[in-house]
Design a protein. Structure first.
Length: 87
C-alpha cells in the first residue's frame, strides 16, 4: 500500500507515527511518483541529474501498445498499418 511504499523509500518514519522525513517533505513538493521523485533528488545530490532525468522519463512513459485484453485485435490492426510488411 502507499504508506508501506513511503516508509520503504524513507519518506515517512517507520516508527508508527507516519510523520514526513526530510526526504518526504521534499518529495511532497514534486508532482511525480515518489520513487521517481527520490531518483530526481538523489540525482541532484550525486550530480548525475541528466542521466537520472533520462531514466525517469523512460519510467514515466506509457507504452502506446498496451491495451486492455478486449482491444487486442484493434491494437494488432494498428500495428499492421504502421509496420507495413515488417509486422
Amino acid at each position: 500500500n502507499a504508506i508501506d511504499l513511503l516508509v520503504t523509500i524513507g519518506a515517512l518514519t517507520g516508527d508508527g507515527s507516519e510523520e514526513l522525513t526530510a526526504l518526504g517533505r521534499h518529495l511532497s513538493t514534486l508532482p511525480v511518483d515518489p520513487k521517481v521523485g527520490k531518483m530526481l533528488i538523489f540525482g541532484c545530490v550525486m550530480q548525475c541529474l541528466p542521466a537520472v532525468l533520462t531514466i525517469a522519463a523512460g519510467m514515466a512513459y506509457k507504452d502506446p501498445w498496451v491495451l486492455p485484453i478486449d482491444r487486442k485485435q484493434a491494437a494488432d490492426e494498428a500495428r499492421r498499418r504502421f509496420a507495413g510488411e515488417s509486422f
